[in-house]
Design a protein around this ligand. Structure first.
Ligand SMILES: C[S@@+](CC[C@H](N)C(=O)[O-])C[C@H]1O[C@@H](n2cnc3c(N)ncnc32)[C@H](O)[C@@H]1O
Length: 300
């Protein structure tokens, strides 16, 4: 498949996965929720600030960002999956957050908004779903007003282990299972195709520099995922992007993989009866570079 057709196919599968996952997204076990809160804590949006949340999902960043900027601020959440926007809308209405606007939108649309419309562009575990992330990041820089900040999270990618998860998953999700997945959809192929710029810290800084940012800060910090059983963890893994892997496996290997993960995780239960999976997360923060500042938006 050529790059354009693969990107279209990737985007359509990703949208389907998150539409299906939305009602249970990050429930039972929590990973995205604490990660989103931590990202917003690192960004520390000021009261009255204008925030764009790319791939906002159910609101892991959106909700803490809306709280931080307060009634004088504004948070716009966009997501390609309508079911995610429905969930985020339910959540923000439940919390009575009147400073949030939600839109079903592809973050690769151009233009997304007027230049200089935001003080912060944030995106937790969402930039990784953009096939042309460099072009998207370059456009995000233009959406930022003078002094604006970009902040996002990603997995700590690696070429030599299963790319999205920490051990013990690299040892469990072996080639025996991966052989059932089409060559182009193999996790390591996706990393090579889309995430090589995120694997290496220097390349990440250089990419952001070329996209119009400076003062890049990269912080690798784990999120502790706590689950009551291996079964709960597997159920949770279907509520997020790993659903792509489950969807791509035929029934027999899928059942075997589920069993192997459940057995391994259950064997790691500690005295309190809980299982903790420590998952490294890469937090990336950067300022829009002075020569790229639009100057059209006033920073409050
Ligand atoms: C792993 S979830 C993260 C959601 C949220 N940021 C969080 O931390 O919980 C990735 C989100 O990105 C969205 N997404 C994927 N591709 C997108 C695109 N091209 N434009 C906008 N959103 C996209 C998905 O629908 C999904 O909601």
């Amino acid at each position: 498949m050529d790059a354009t057709s693969f990107a279209a196919s990737f985007k359509s599968r990703v949208t389907d996965v998150f539409n299906d996952a939305a009602p249970r997204y990050d429930r039972g076990v929590e990973f995205f929720t604490p990660m989103g809160a931590r990202l917003v804590e690192l960004v520390a949006p000021r009261a009255g600030g204008r925030v764009l949340d790319i791939g906002c999902g159910r609101g892991a960043c959106l909700v803490p960002a809306a709280t931080a900027v307060g009634a004088a601020g504004r948070v716009v959440g966009i997501d390609i999956a309508p079911a995610m926007i429905d969930e985020a809308r339910r959540e923000t209405e439940r919390l009575g957050l009147g400073n949030v606007e939600l839109m079903v939108m592809d973050a690769e649309d151009d233009p997304l908004f007027a230049p200089g419309s935001f003080d912060y562009v944030i995106g937790s575990y969402s930039i990784i779903f953009l096939p042309d992330s460099f072009a998207a990041l370059t456009r995000f820089g233009k959406l930022l007003a003078s002094g604006g900040k970009l902040a996002f999270t990603s997995p700590v990618f690696s070429y030599d282990t299963f790319p999205f998860l920490p051990e013990p998953f690299g040892q469990i999700i072996t080639d025996e299972f991966l052989q059932h997945i089409e060559e182009e959809w193999q996790p390591h192929r996706i990393v090579e195709r889309y995430y090589s710029w995120l694997v290496d810290r220097e390349m990440l800084s250089a990419t952001l520099g070329a996209a119009g940012f400076d003062n890049v800060v990269i912080l690798d910090e784990p999120v502790q995922m706590v689950s009551g059983s291996g079964h709960d963890w597997v159920a949770w893994s279907r509520t997020q992007g790993m659903r792509l892997l489950w969807n791509n496996l035929p029934e027999q290997p899928r059942r075997e993989l589920e069993k192997s993960i459940i057995t391994e995780l259950d064997s790691r239960r500690t005295a309190d009866g809980l299982i903790t999976v420590e998952t490294p997360v890469r937090y990336v923060l950067a300022d829009v570079a002075s020569h790229r500042r639009t100057g059209t938006g006033k920073t409050r």
